[in-house]
Write a protein that binds this ligand. Structure first.
Ligand code: FAD
Length: 271
């Protein structure tokens, strides 16, 4: 399960309500995102601390693009001293006009840095893209870059969301053929708001299949129909992934509990 650091008092209450409800699902861990260039550093730490009180494990994300080694070293020391033992390690995206790339170019550089400076103190998760990272010059190159992150010391991966299970199965096969044995957990994005999802998907390169897009368009402003349709197709996707041996599911919660509770109530997780 993934949360983001809320920016307002109302957002904090919504986060806490959602975390409380979702804590009843018995998750392995819940993580919290880290804003571009460290823009949510304090918020990420505050929410990661909160997550520890709701879930078995609270996991901060950390991204490196635009950052200096010294500042990330200090942050990692702080995470370590506060007992965080797992991190989601990313390159991150920088908004235009944010300046240079700092001392790290890619997530693999941060994975290497953490292993060099902190040994095996942290379990490291990295990002994977079953439909290709939008900036990658080719799919095969992107797959190779993912394999490099694993070889540099990642313990597992969480994927970008997708609605086409075959893209995930194909990706897992491709990286297995290149020697990767670490778990690759599918990222699951509930569907509750078509316009927001379409905007997100455009920027992160996740495809909404035509039949889903057309159906959602037809529902127009009927939020209830969109919600029910979203629950149905996303729970079917989750069941298909679980039945085919996926090592777990990682939900992008958007700090909302109900869609995930409704999806999970429809799937048999023990298959
Ligand atoms: P990388 O692994 O560095 O890959 C980025 C691009 O560079 C790819 O095209 C890759 O093919 C290429 N590349 C990689 N290595 C090399 C190399 N050695 N040489 C040349 N090219 C290379 N963003 C945030 O800002 N904060 C978050 O908390 C956050 N959480 C996320 C969680 C998950 C599960 C996922 C899937 C994404 C998350 N993101 C987050 C978004 C992520 O930061 C962006 O997708 C970003 O564009 C790429 O990050 P990465 O870690 O995959 O980068």
């Amino acid at each position: 399960m993934e949360f983001f650091p809320p920016r307002t008092g109302e957002g904090v209450s919504r986060f806490k309500n959602s975390a409380k409800k979702l804590s009843k699902l018995g998750l392995n861990f819940a993580s919290v995102t880290y804003g571009a260039g460290g823009s949510t550093k304090d918020g990420t730490l505050a929410i990661a601390r909160e997550l520890k009180s709701f879930f078995k494990e609270g996991v901060p994300h950390i991204s490196c693009y635009g950052s200096k080694k010294k500042s990330l070293f200090e942050l990692l020391k702080l995470y370590d001293s506060e007992g965080f033992s797992r991190l989601v390690v990313l390159r991150g995206d920088l908004p235009s006009g944010f300046g240079g790339s700092g001392e790290f170019k890619n997530a693999v550089d941060l994975v290497r840095f953490i292993r060099k400076e902190f040994g095996n103190k942290f379990k490291l998760e990295v990002a994977a893209y079953p439909e290709k990272h939008p900036q990658a010059s080719s799919f095969l190159e992107d797959i190779q870059h993912f394999v490099e992150k694993v070889n540099a010391g990642a313990d597992g991966a969480i994927t970008q969301y997708f609605y086409n299970a075959d893209s995930y199965f194909q990706f897992v096969n491709e990286v297995k053929n290149r020697g990767v044995t670490k778990p690759i957990v599918p990222g699951i994005m509930p569907i509750t708001n078509f316009k927001q999802l379409a905007r997100f998907s455009d920027s992160c390169g996740a495809e909404i299949p035509r039949w889903i897009k057309e159906m959602l368009k037809d529902f127009g402003d009927d939020r209830e129909k969109i919600y029910q349709f979203g629950i149905e197709i996303v729970s079917k996707l989750c069941q298909q992934l679980i039945n085919s041996g996926s090592p777990g599911l990682h939900f992008y919660s958007m700090n909302q509990a109900q869609p995930i509770i409704d999806i999970v109530s429809k799937i048999d997780l023990k298959k």
